[in-house]
Design a protein around this ligand. Structure first.
Ligand SMILES: [Zn+2]
Length: 239
């Protein structure tokens, strides 16, 4: 596994012009993300450099990591769309269409992880302005996969998320505003998306494979970071 030279990657980032677009609700970009690609104050070059060294220690290339993210998305798609296979022989024998459900093969250890697919309103474009991707990935995002960690084999919904839901319901009924709860729990930006991010073990969006393969970017500690160590752990968890 050979990674490109880090200085070449940093040059390709065009950090001076791109970085301002990566913060939550960035001004001056019509397609800015409310959750952001970087946390306020994070630096693009620092985040990319740090993850470069993570990939070195994982022994994985950017292409391999993008492929792992893509497999997570395909796996979730397969769970949503039932697989049907028309069996020609049986169809001819019985004179009717015969379908068989094919159980999709689990991508990761389902005793340790559980996942949810969520759609976002609208579409998020690539901050670098790409309209196509040489690797075949989408330069636009609209869904995210949240992978949660199971404790003792149970999908114990993270306490942060259940606490948030509780407060949100009370807020709708006229209780203290949800913003107060955000502040109390240190959710200073990104609102609901930040809560989902903090309560998940791993997040993969359909923009993630493109960002990794083309821009060497896993995102910062904002709302949609795909932590490379966790991504490799989840994929490699399947025995
Ligand atoms: Zn791009």
């Amino acid at each position: 596994m050979v990674l490109p030279d880090l200085s070449l990657i940093i040059d390709s980032l065009r950090a001076d012009s791109i970085e301002p677009k990566l913060y939550p609700e960035a001004a001056g970009w019509k397609d800015s993300s409310s959750g952001g690609f970087l946390a306020p104050g994070e630096k693009l070059v620092d985040v990319v450099s740090r993850d470069y060294h993570v990939l070195e220690s994982l022994g994985a290339s950017y292409e391999e990591m993008a492929d792992m993210a893509s497999r997570v998305l395909k796996h979730e798609d397969a769970k949503c769309v039932p697989h049907v296979v028309k069996l020609g022989f049986w169809s001819r024998l019985f004179g009717k269409s015969v379908v068989e459900s094919v159980k999709s093969v689990e991508l990761y250890d389902s005793a340790r992880f559980t996942s949810t697919l969520m759609s976002s309103m609208g579409q998020q474009s690539c901050p670098w302005g790409c309209t196509r991707d040489v690797f075949g990935y989408s330069p636009y995002g609209s869904v995210e996969v949240l992978i949660r960690w199971k404790l003792n084999g149970e999908d114990t919904f993270p306490s942060l998320l259940s606490d948030y839901t509780d407060v949100m319901m009370k807020s709708l009924e006229g209780g203290s505003p949800i913003e107060t709860w955000f502040e109390k729990n240190g959710v200073m930006f990104g609102g609901n998306r930040r809560v989902l991010y903090l309560s998940s073990y791993l997040i993969v969006t359909d923009l993630t494979p493109h960002l990794i393969a083309t821009h060497h970017f896993f995102e910062g500690d904002a709302c949609y970071r795909t932590d490379p160590t966790r991504l490799a752990e989840v994929i490699r968890s399947k025995k």
